[in-house]
Design a protein around this ligand. Structure first.
Ligand SMILES: Cc1cc2nc3c(=O)[nH]c(=O)nc-3n(C[C@H](O)[C@H](O)[C@H](O)COP(=O)(O)OP(=O)(O)OC[C@H]3O[C@@H](n4cnc5c(N)ncnc54)[C@H](O)[C@@H]3O)c2cc1C
Length: 311
């Protein structure tokens, strides 16, 4: 039986052999065997409950932290879409946001309401992706503001997740790879809207000065190495910067095909326009190898790599 024959009826949209390149921040990658955009949470839950257990399911946001390999993604890719980008002020510094709401939009809407989620302003992904990755910048993390999330498991069960369930750590969480965040409640300090907007403006400028924000990238390619502390603490510290390690290995500006380690920020892996996913992942692996050989440091990917290579 083909996958198409196994799919339950839905209220939302099912697309088959859907090109993913245009939906990905790096503009690379093959098609999704099936792309599902649910109409609402009950649609998603009903679909997953009825979908045979052997069919793999992968949630994606706007793929701003993901290399989709050139052979594409088998099974069902779930991309929540507009029905899941709500924003509501709950009081007490809390907001309820959709799993597909863009971090930057959430930051701006929260600022208008006098709630300081400014750190989200320059992170290009969705709230679902931010929770999965424990996204953060300049010392603030999603974990700091997370109250709870409503999610649908691979079996179609609607669950409420609390911080203990997610066990946030540096750039990671314990969220299972096929559980889908549909909405979340965040709580942040209050402030004057004008001050929060100014803070965000400064953050945008600071980024543009040090990072290739106009290039096709996924932000930081590798996690800052663990255990290198400038303060002597060795628990989950990441004081040594991946960009420095890559720079020291002489790899600033290194290329493979159309992929490049950005001359402006060597931990940004960039599609210069003609890269394939294989170029990008291949260059990342070459960097890991050289850094291992020269500095004895095992760089860990921060960017997720999904799907299969082109055969
Ligand atoms: C220019 C640039 C700058 C960046 N700067 C930063 C930064 O400062 N800090 C930082 O942390 N990141 C940064 N990133 C990386 C990226 O934006 C974040 O990791 C972001 O949180 C990913 O969100 P996304 O929606 O694009 O997720 P995707 O890339 O689509 O997916 C990432 C992971 O999240 C999972 N996921 C996505 N949506 C859901 C959902 N609804 N439910 C469950 N799982 C889901 C996916 O399965 C995957 O495992 C940057 C990226 C770029 C391009």
């Amino acid at each position: 039986m083909s996958l198409t024959d196994k799919l339950p009826p839905v209220a939302g949209r099912l697309s088959f052999d859907k090109p993913m390149k245009a939906l990905s921040w790096l503009r690379v990658g093959g098609p999704a065997e099936v792309l599902f955009t649910p109409a609402h949470m009950a649609d998603l839950a009903g679909f997953l409950a009825a979908l045979p257990a052997d069919v793999p399911v992968l949630p994606v946001g706007v793929c701003s932290n993901m290399i989709i390999r050139d052979g594409g993604i088998g099974g069902v890719v779930v991309r929540l879409g507009r029905a899941f980008n709500g924003f509501e002020v709950l009081g007490d510094g809390r907001v309820r946001v959709g799993g597909f709401a863009l971090d930057g939009q959430v930051a701006k809407q929260a600022a208008d309401a006098g709630i300081d989620l400014a750190f989200l302003r320059t992170i290009p992904g969705t709230i679902g992706g931010a929770i999965k990755m424990n996204a953060g910048c300049y010392g603030d993390y999603l974990a700091d503001v997370f109250v709870s999330a409503t999610a649908v498991t691979r079996g179609g069960q609607v669950v409420t997740l609390r911080p203990d369930d997610l066990r946030f750590a540096y750039r990671s969480s314990a969220l299972p790879d096929d559980t889908i965040i549909c909405q979340a409640v965040l709580r942040a300090p209050r402030g004057a809207p004008a001050d929060i907007h100014q803070k965000m403006h400064t953050a945008v400028q600071r980024r543009a000065e040090s990072q290739p924000v106009d290039d096709l990238s996924c932000g930081s390619t590798f996690r800052n190495p663990a255990g290198f502390s400038s303060t002597g603490r060795e628990d989950d510290v990441h004081d040594l910067k991946a960009w420095k390690v890559i720079d020291d290995a002489g790899l600033r500006g290194a290329t493979l095909g159309g992929a490049q380690m950005s001359p402006k920020h060597p931990n940004f892996l960039v599609n210069t326009g003609t890269a394939t996913a294989a170029d990008l992942e291949g260059l990342g692996e070459l960097v890991r190898q050289k850094v291992r050989d020269t500095a004895g440091i095992d760089l860990q990917w921060e960017i997720m790599r999904v799907g299969t290579p082109l055969l």
